[in-house]
Design a protein around this ligand. Structure first.
Ligand code: TEU
Length: 560
């Protein structure tokens, strides 16, 4: 296996709007991030992934870009960005930018031009079609509710938008559009960017006929996904991008790819194919989706959780490379979803971290995860900000659901769970802003915050620091192969990582109950070295089984 810096790195995702406000306008900004650079350095991370900071009307918090070459005015200026880049680099931290090129904002000059006339030179930068029998060109649905098509009176045609109607899809079939995107990527790379996280990158190639989705479509994809996820020309577009742009720089790329299994993922990340370095897969985070999709929450089973992880570990270990993440800016908080955010918050957050840093792949931390930030429960819809949540709420009301009932699923699934301000200390607004924050702070900030965590040697934050150092000093944790133990156990997740003669055993009790782990025959803990644990642990001696407390996690280095 080839060694690479990005395989050995730990990435930290910053959602700038919610990280730290320096100006008092209630919105996080670049100077705010700069003020926290030492915090990041002390945590020990190697790379920062910055969610979009480009000019944007902020209909989808920066994922709707109106100028790829400018900084969003609420966040600061290009000067600030350069200062941030230099501040990171000075501390040995690399900077990965978000690349959002499936769509732009409808306020992007390309789109304004494109919609102005059928014969505009920019017309084909987007996907326009005449209506069919006075209706939309096909039955695809938008990810954020309603039809994926919007009628535009000026030219009496519809444009495609897989996300909101303020996010028209770009037409990658158009070669001048592709050149523009390549040019823009190169522009940022020449300014010292160390890579890209590519937003919904496996949706850029659409089946050219744009056929209707059959009614039998899996409901998760009834919006037409079969015709634009992993589309016919995606591999070509990515290889072209690699050849023309990425191959000229020593950078890392990670594609956000819904709807890939390990086999499809290998088409993107197989090192010999020259497309992407890594992808974010969503099989794991869709584990608790019911037949109705995202808002249809069903209970999850540890055996399924283990099976998905094992399959990805196994199938990518030779040719590709995994990403490891349990949340991001679109997902509920990991500790609330896969751990416990009440009695065992500290233990379970540490257990999840242990998992994240001891699998094969590159770990991604989402801001606040390192202090065990939890989901939020606002009393009513007026506190919510996310376009997806607001659209869903409106739709559900129209379908006759009660507000209280809709809120229950927002508590479990809403993207704003991840977007409440970073909790820095116990002063008003959690030290995030001196003004009124754009979205309310989670009320638990008085006990869950960075300042408190820094002072407590047993905090989640300090455990993250230790784990990061541990991973950086043990090649087995990075490159070692993975073998699952006790696959049928519904409480214990245990596995072995092996590299050459070194073996590391990870034992995690994923439950609020006590559990027992029986050592496989050939393993012996008598001379093992405990690398890290989230409870005080006695030396196991000759015992053949390990008794685990609620959410207990242990990592041993076995002596061979
Ligand atoms: O997300 C793509 C995506 O698949 C999400 O919309 C996802 O389906 C949903 O949030 C799950 O709850 C990316 C960005 O990460 C997201 O923030 C953007 O809103 C979206 O693309 C459009 O750019």
């Amino acid at each position: 296996m080839q060694k690479k810096w990005w395989k050995e790195s730990v990435v930290y995702q910053i959602y700038p709007r919610s990280f730290k406000d320096s100006s008092g306008d209630g919105i996080g900004d670049l100077q705010g991030i700069i003020a926290k650079l030492d915090y990041l350095a002390e945590l020990g991370i190697d790379v920062v992934w910055l969610s979009p900071i480009y000019r944007s009307p902020n209909h989808d918090n920066g994922y709707d870009i109106s100028d790829y070459y400018e900084i969003m005015s609420e966040f600061g200026t290009m000067r600030d960005w350069e200062e941030l880049r230099d501040g990171l680099h000075k501390r040995g931290i690399r900077l990965v930018m978000d690349l959002v090129v499936n769509h732009t904002s409808d306020e992007h000059p390309w789109f304004i031009e494109s919609r102005s006339a059928v014969n505009s030179p920019y017309r084909d930068y987007y996907i326009w079609r005449p209506g069919k029998n006075g209706r939309e060109p096909n039955n695809w649905l938008s990810e954020f509710g309603g039809s994926a098509w919007e009628y535009d009176q000026t030219t009496d045609e519809y444009y495609l938008h897989i996300f909101s109607k303020k996010q028209p899809d770009l037409n990658w079939e158009d070669i001048s559009l592709r050149h523009e995107i390549h040019r823009m990527m190169q522009w940022w790379l020449d300014r010292g960017v160390d890579g890209f996280r590519m937003d919904v990158i496996n949706m850029i190639s659409k089946v050219p006929e744009l056929p209707d989705a059959p009614p039998t479509d899996n409901s998760r994809y009834q919006w037409g996904g079969a015709f634009f996820i992993n589309g016919p020309r995606i591999q070509y577009f990515l290889r072209e991008m690699h050849k023309k742009v990425l191959s000229k720089y020593d950078v890392m790329t990670v594609g956000e790819t819904r709807g890939v299994d390990p086999e499809k993922a290998n088409l993107y990340v197989d090192a010999g194919r020259h497309e992407l370095d890594m992808v974010f897969q969503f099989e794991l985070l869709e584990l608790d989706y019911g037949p109705g999709g995202k808002w249809d929450v069903i209970p999850w089973k540890l055996t399924d959780f283990k099976q998905i992880i094992t399959q990805w570990q196994r199938e990518l270990q030779e040719r590709g490379w995994n990403t490891l993440f349990l949340n991001n800016h679109d997902q509920p908080r990991a500790v609330s979803r896969f751990g416990s955010d009440t009695v065992y918050r500290t233990q379970s957050a540490k257990l999840l971290a242990t998992l994240l840093f001891t699998l094969q792949g590159t770990p991604f931390i989402f801001q606040g995860e390192e202090i065990g930030m939890t989901n939020v429960r606002f009393p009513d819809i007026s506190h919510y900000r996310d376009v997806e949540t607001l659209n869903m709420y409106r739709q559900a009301l129209n379908q006759g659901m009660q507000p209280g009932e809709i809120l229950q699923s927002i508590y479990l699934r809403g993207r704003d769970n991840a977007r409440t301000p970073m909790q820095w200390d116990d002063s008003p607004q959690a030290g995030f802003t001196s003004g009124i924050p754009w979205i309310d702070v989670n009320r638990n900030y008085t006990s869950i915050n960075v300042k408190q965590a820094q002072q407590d040697p047993g905090s989640i934050l300090n455990y993250y620091r230790n784990l990061i150092r541990l991973r950086q000093s043990h090649e087995t944790l990075v490159y070692g192969s993975f073998r699952l133990l006790v696959p049928e156990d519904e409480r214990v997740f245990a596995y072995l990582r092996s590299l050459e003669r070194e073996k590391v055993l990870v034992i995690l009790n994923f439950s609020e109950q006590e559990a027992r782990f029986d050592l496989p025959e050939k393993l012996d803990l008598a001379a093992a070295e405990l690398l890290i644990s989230n409870y005080p642990v006695d030396t196991p001696g000759k015992a053949r089984s390990v008794h685990l407390r609620p959410y207990e996690s242990r990592v041993y280095r076995l002596k061979s």
